[in-house]
Design a protein around this ligand. Structure first.
Ligand SMILES: [Zn+2]
Ligand SMILES: [Zn+2]
Length: 103
């Protein structure tokens, strides 16, 4: 039975070393604080009933979701970050594409 050895050497289980970056610049990013409903800055409100802090929309005063992330480099909004090596791979492909288009 070599199952344990196989499992230990399985590279898919290795979750370390992935650096997540913004899709636009390949840089660091922050969670978005812009509400999905009205695209304004959210505010945090403490709710006594549920003993929790919720995100509220500053414009419509409803509980708000802030999906996506903000790039620290250019301030762009994006939905999902990307692994750094994927970003590099994509940049490389774009570069090759660009060169191909010149022919
Ligand atoms: Zn950016
Ligand atoms: Zn709103």
């Amino acid at each position: 039975m070599n199952y344990d050895n196989w499992k230990l050497s399985n590279p898919i289980d290795d979750g370390d070393g992935y650096n997540m970056v913004s899709r636009c610049c390949g840089c660091s990013y922050e969670n978005s604080t812009i509400t999905d409903c009205c695209q304004v800055e959210m505010k945090l409100k403490y709710l006594l009933e549920t003993d929790s802090t919720e995100q509220f929309c500053d414009a419509c005063n409803d509980v708000a979701e802030c999906s996506g992330y903000i790039c620290n480099e250019c301030g762009n909004w994006f939905e999902e970050p990307e692994e750094e090596h994927e970003y590099n791979e994509r940049m490389k492909e774009n570069y090759i594409e660009d060169n191909r288009n010149e022919y």
